[in-house]
Design a protein around this ligand. Structure first.
Ligand SMILES: [Zn+2]
Length: 224
């Protein structure tokens, strides 16, 4: 569907320590093939342009040989509340949102719960916890789906690795960036379903071998 971004700067968002609990038992899914009443969600979310900019930069830095223009923009929808996220998800998928914390539905948009967006903003503000690093990785996971990466286990791995490069782009030191990446791995280990998990050593070996474009749809190496 054509994109009509409504950028919104979420810079003023305040952080709540309780937000992170919303992400417990998180599940990240992709939804495909279902179109919906596009206007229905118009008032129930805002686009956070800054999150899209950071996601794109993180993925660009995770693959330095890829020209920046080849990294597709993702338009990040931050839903107003639990109900608006879940209703929009159910309209698309016909299923209960349950433990879904974010999803990608095949166009330029990625869809995040309000608590996920708040935790990403907390990460950007320098608060580094399992939950904020996990939320940043969730954003990157959906942004990787936008690039055409499909396999969930691979996507989660590449997103966790990209947390490191995103943190570096945000001017974190190498040590801080590696710590953020490790926090994201911890989040995955604690909360992601098995079908989304890859052991950290296996993942790091994979990420060292190939940058994420190799796994994108039409990428040279495909997933083996
Ligand atoms: Zn996914």
């Amino acid at each position: 569907m054509p994109l009509t971004p409504r950028p919104e700067d979420g810079a003023a968002a305040l952080l709540s320590p309780g937000v992170s609990r919303l992400l417990v038992l998180a599940l990240v899914v992709g939804v495909t093939g279902v179109d919906v009443a596009r206007s229905a969600g118009a008032e129930t979310y805002t686009y956070d342009r800054r999150l899209g900019v950071v996601a794109r930069a993180a993925l660009a830095h995770a693959s330095p040989k890829t020209p920046f223009r080849f990294v597709l923009r993702a338009y990040v929808r931050c839903y107003r509340d639990k109900r608006s996220f879940e209703e929009a998800y159910t309209r698309r998928s016909g299923e209960s949102a349950g433990r879904v914390v974010a999803y990608y539905a095949g166009d330029g948009d990625v869809h995040l719960r309000n608590g996920t967006c708040r935790n990403v903003r907390a990460f950007l503000a320098g608060r580094r916890t399992v939950y904020t690093a996990g939320a940043f990785s969730i954003l990157l996971h959906e942004a990787l789906h936008r690039q055409g990466v499909r396999n969930e286990r691979t996507t989660t791995c590449l997103a966790n690795d990209a947390v490191r490069w995103g943190a570096g782009w945000l001017a974190s030191s190498e040590a801080q960036s590696l710590r953020a990446r490790n926090l994201a791995f911890t989040y995955t280990r604690l909360f992601a379903p098995p079908s989304y998990r890859m052991g950290k050593p296996d993942c790091l070996a994979l990420a060292r071998r190939k940058d994420w474009p190799a796994f994108a749809r039409g990428g040279a190496a495909a997933e083996r």
